[in-house]
Design a protein around this ligand. Sequence first.
Ligand SMILES: Cc1cc2nc3c(=O)[nH]c(=O)nc-3n(C[C@H](O)[C@H](O)[C@H](O)COP(=O)(O)OP(=O)(O)OC[C@H]3O[C@@H](n4cnc5c(N)ncnc54)[C@H](O)[C@@H]3O)c2cc1C
Length: 234
Amino acid sequence: MKAFLQTKQYIARDTLLCSFSLENSLAFRAGQYFFIEIPNPPFKDERGNRRHFSFVNSPSKSQTVEMATRIGDSAFKKSLAAMEIGRDVEINSVSGTFTLPKDLIQPLCFIAGGIGITPFMSMIKHLNELEFPGNVVLLYSNKTKEGSAFLEELQLLAQEQSSFHLIPTMTEDPAWQGETRLITASLVQELIPDYQDRSFFIAGTPGMVDSVNREVKSLLQDDSRITIEHFPGY
Ligand SMILES: Cc1cc2nc3c(=O)[nH]c(=O)nc-3n(C[C@H](O)[C@H](O)[C@H](O)COP(=O)(O)OP(=O)(O)OC[C@H]3O[C@@H](n4cnc5c(N)ncnc54)[C@H](O)[C@@H]3O)c2cc1C
């Protein structure tokens, strides 16, 4: 489906948030992803002009697609960064099983590494529209505050919504006053005492996801309560 760039904004270091308007509405579930193609891109390489990204917006905004990405050296990312407002792209092939459980009352723990925050933004916006029927803890790990996308928005939401708890950790930021540890089993045990009651969702780079998955698995008797999403390419 044709879509047009509506806004673009750097929201953290090297991190671009793009919003596209769609010709028709697009059905998706919070946490899913889509494919985007840039026709006739200004930059070209052997990796091509098509990528997949998670929806950042809530499914209730069905004529909009928001995505956020770290701008790197690939031709695709350079073309995206250079895109002018009004430019057309193709958006299609919605897919993914990294989605909220049917029972939204059950307590959840989201664990995001870096740009792995994107599917959680869609989920959190969706849950916020429903006034958080369950209880959500978001453990959000970044190297620095400067590189943490959506941090202020999440901090504000955590102040407003008593059922949403945010625990940011900055692992390489000497100026950060809060948590700085990597996400391990003992950190989860210490900071989320009711972890045994929660379902876990983990998204980020493959290395981060595999490591956190191992740690969380070591804590739970039932690892079917863990759902993961790898973002390759970082
Ligand atoms: C379900 C899902 C959701 C995602 N959501 C997001 C999101 O919301 N935001 C986001 O930023 N990213 C997301 N990604 C990752 C995204 O699709 C891109 O892979 C990532 O952004 C890197 O893109 P790139 O253009 O910089 O790198 P790419 O050029 O796509 O490279 C990706 C990988 O391929 C390797 N590679 C590069 N060139 C070659 C080559 N010639 N031959 C073989 N391998 C090569 C790179 O080393 C790298 O590991 C998601 C991925 C998945 C699977």
